[in-house]
Design a protein around this ligand. Structure first.
Ligand code: WT7
Length: 656
């Protein structure tokens, strides 16, 4: 059950056309219609996006320029005034949607809540006033470190409402990682909860916040707004910490949405790269609103009566774009679930589908692989007949898992959308439109209209069919990241200078390898840089190496990904120890825990191997390719011409 290989791709011949009844009622009903949209967008991208911006969103004031493109800097709908919280809430209140369920929430211990658009609007306004009351102003940055509860979405929408940028940090990150992000973003306030439920246990979020802020280590943070969730008891620092349930009754439910410039920052979201510390990916307001709105509408084919469920965490871009902003901007019912499938409750996802009659379901290959392993009896014991569309995101899905998803979850009735995109792209880039584009298991299929994607070599020349190359995008799109927070140079270097410009035109480099087949379908091959994906979570090997060498026992460390049936990849670390220190099982435990403390449990190495030296080239570069092969148990004996000291290799192989 590994990632797609070149062989499996070349031998994949199955094609599934959209079911006729699905296509008839879909927003985009045929391959012809898709092709026309695609061609129209390609011929005049600015016109294509402008028409959609007028039709789909509310603007306080119209823009003067649709696109100002000075590579790598794009400005979309410049001069336009807009507020995404208004588009997600207020504009639905003047329609029958006022009393429609906006957010259905299912809590881990079995509690639940449904908020209508009117109720969600009210809570967001109160939350926004609470932020103002605590001194948050337009342009400030607010940290959000929350469990999967409605207040996570409410907090984001409240920030957007008053023009503060949020930076959501996934609750699985450690206090150290949280502190780095708060400091990089100069966050003024942090929104958290006493705790959150995670697989039958409580994650002590407030305690982590206290650690992150201890000894003035995050000096810009002035206040902590704490939502009560798990009630296990936390310390509140007077003057700094405030309970949301105590503030809420004191604030007004009236808070007009602040008209924002289209290019005002909406949020920062940190993601791992191949070098250095995590990057603060910056998204702005107008373009992101439009892009998440239209991709949600067309890719999930949202209809008024859908109950739409994306299983991601709001701490990742998928949660931002496809739990909160995209669905709410469309006036849809979005479902949020606090729990995660686990041995003690292997059917919990299917219980949620049955209980709420979920119609559109969006999850990750790593979850699908876990379900396969848990057994068909769990989905089969539930009524999943409400489902009409399935989606997948996060890593390449192997054709076997795709077929299982279609058959066991989708009852051979639901189209599957395999959506390729990234934190940086804001929304879906390569994906089928479910009523229009025939699918092939394992392929993300074709680019979204307006996305000029291609596979090229380092010189920017398109490669031939079935030949591997770099996945690039040729023209800016509204949802693209605008910069790396505080580091425009890194933005340029990382994304816009890797591939040579073609006819003076810069290409966006995604960091993925891909190939196209004879039908123009894209087959994503995975990262070509030192980024690995563990259970769909993106990690930079350098970050884990830095965490390891920050331990006094470690002299040098090299981290690679090893293919794993369940998680996609697993972290394997090769470590050399400081002079007098002897390897031991205890030290392995200590170092694993050290990585958890520095980054979070998601980065915990599956294996640590000690060695006297790491394999290096004559110029002193660690040979990761070799380490990857060794970690995977491959034969590397013939592959070492540039290795400086061959004896290192023998020791590594024997695990010495
Ligand atoms: C990387 C982006 C975008 C939401 C979740 C991850 C990989 C994502 C697919 C897919 C093959 C995929 C890529 C990409 N990826 N979706 N459908 N097929 N690979 O966001 O953490 O920014 O990671 O995830 O390698 O570059 P992210």
């Amino acid at each position: 059950m590994s990632q797609p290989t070149i062989e499996s791709i070349l031998h994949e011949r199955r094609v599934f056309t959209p079911p006729a009844d699905f296509a008839q009622q879909a927003h985009i009903k045929s391959l012809d219609e898709y092709q026309q949209l695609y061609d129209r967008a390609k011929a005049n991208p600015a016109k294509f996006w402008e028409e959609l911006a007028i039709k789909e969103l509310h603007w306080f004031e119209k823009w003067h320029t649709v696109l100002d493109w000075q590579p790598p800097n794009a400005r979309w709908f410049d001069g336009g005034k807009i507020n995404i919280s208004y588009n997600c809430l207020d504009r639905h209140l003047t329609t029958w949607r006022k009393n429609k369920a906006a957010l259905i929430w299912e809590g881990e211990p079995g509690d639940s809540r449904t908020l209508t658009y009117a109720q969600l609007h009210r809570e967001v306004c109160q939350f926004a006033n609470a932020l103002k009351h605590l001194g948050v102003q337009k342009g400030d940055v607010v940290g959000v470190y929350m469990p999967m509860i409605p207040e996570a979405a409410i907090a984001m929408l409240a920030c957007a409402r008053i023009g503060a940028a949020h930076t959501v940090v996934f609750g699985g990150f450690s206090a150290e990682a949280l502190r780095d992000r708060l400091n990089d973003g100069n966050a003024k306030l942090i929104i958290t909860a006493d705790g959150g439920w995670r697989k039958d246990a409580i994650v002590p979020l407030k305690e982590q916040v206290d650690k992150a802020l201890a000894d003035g280590a995050a000096p810009t943070v002035q206040h902590v707004l704490v939502v009560e969730r798990t009630k296990q008891g936390v310390t509140m620092e007077p003057g700094r910490d405030h309970w949301w349930h105590e503030v809420q009754p004191t604030v007004s439910a009236h808070c007009p949405a602040e008209p924002m410039d289209s290019e005002d920052m909406l949020f920062i979201l940190y993601t791992s790269g191949s070098t250095g510390k995590p990057k603060g990916v910056v998204h702005t307001t107008g373009g992101y609103n439009l892009y998440t709105h239209i991709t949600t509408k067309w890719v999930f084919d949202l209809q008024e009566t859908d109950v739409y469920w994306c299983t991601a965490d709001v701490g990742w871009i998928t949660g931002h774009s496809y739990i909160v902003y995209g669905p709410l901007s469309n006036g849809a019912t979005t479902l949020m679930y606090e729990g995660a499938p686990r041995a003690s409750n292997p059917g919990c996802f299917w219980d949620v589908v049955e209980k709420y009659g979920v119609t559109v379901f969006y999850t990750a290959p790593t979850a699908i692989r876990a379900f396969i392993k848990m057994g068909d009896q769990h989905p089969q014991a539930r009524d999943l007949s409400s489902l009409r569309l399935l989606g997948t995101v996060g890593e390449p899905i192997n054709p076997e898992s795709w077929m299982w998803y279609q058959k066991v979850i989708g009852g051979d009735r639901c189209p599957i959308v395999d959506t390729w995109w990234q934190t940086e792209t804001g929304g879906h880039m390569i994906t089928s439109l479910p009523g229009a584009v025939p699918t092939k298991p394992g392929s993300a299929t074709l680019p979204f209209p307006g996305i000029l994607a291609d596979v090229v070599d380092l010189e920017g020349n398109p490669v031939s069919d079935h030949e591997g190359g770099y996945l690039v995008v040729r023209h800016p799109w509204p949802g693209m990241m605008r910069t790396v927070y505080g580091d425009p140079d890194r933005f340029r270097r990382t994304y816009w200078e890797h591939i040579a410009p073609v006819d003076g035109q810069s290409l966006y480099f995604a960091g993925d390898g891909a190939r196209k087949d004879e039908d123009g379908y894209f087959w994503i091959m995975g990262r070509v840089d030192d980024v690995i994906s563990v259970s769909g979570h993106r990690l930079g090997t350098m970050e884990i190496e830095s965490a390891l060498v920050s331990h006094p026992a470690v002299a040098e460390a090299a981290v690679v990904g090893r293919p794993d049936d369940l998680k996609g990849e697993e972290v394997v670390a090769f470590v050399t120890l400081e002079g007098a220190i002897a390897p031991s099982d205890d030290l392995i435990k200590t170092l694993k825990q050290h990585v958890v403390t520095e980054i979070g449990a998601l980065a915990r190495p599956g294996e640590i191997r000690f060695s006297d030296a790491l394999p290096k080239t004559r110029s002193g570069k660690i040979m990761r390719r070799l380490l990857r092969a060794i970690a995977a148990g491959e034969d590397v004996s013939g592959d070492t011409s540039t290795l400086e000291d061959r004896s290192v290799l023998d020791k590594l192989r024997t695990g010495g």
